[in-house]
Design a protein around this ligand. Structure first.
Ligand SMILES: [Zn+2]
Length: 110
């Protein structure tokens, strides 16, 4: 799995989390979305266990608050906490990698 595929899978996880939230936990739709969610998470875990565990760890808190785990870089700032990112993080993002915001722990993509 290339880094761009990991980034795509992270975006899919986020999309499933947004679908899951309004669904009743025992509905068939929620069951299907939860299965797909697990597939994407396992794909990410194979290549990047650190990002996969981070996603699992911070989603409970953030999703419960109606916030996104995976956010898209806004200029030179993290749109989750509005802190400016270090140049090293920006270089990685421009290369298509995912980075973790050191201030709010959200996963940033470009
Ligand atoms: Zn942040």
């Amino acid at each position: 799995m290339s880094i761009s595929q990991v980034v795509e899978a992270l975006k899919q996880l986020q999309a499933f989390d947004e679908q899951l939230k309004p669904l009743a936990a025992d509905s068939p739709e929620a069951h299907t979305a939860a299965q797909q969610w697990t597939q994407y998470l396992n794909q990410i875990r194979r290549d990047n266990p650190t990002l996969a565990s981070l996603y699992e760890r911070i989603r409970r808190k953030l999703i419960a608050q109606g916030k996104r785990v995976v956010v898209t870089l806004h200029g030179t700032h993290c749109p989750g906490c509005w802190m400016r990112l270090h140049i090293q993080a920006l270089v990685k993002l421009r290369a298509g990698e995912a980075v973790v915001c050191e201030h709010c722990q959200r996963i940033l993509v470009s």
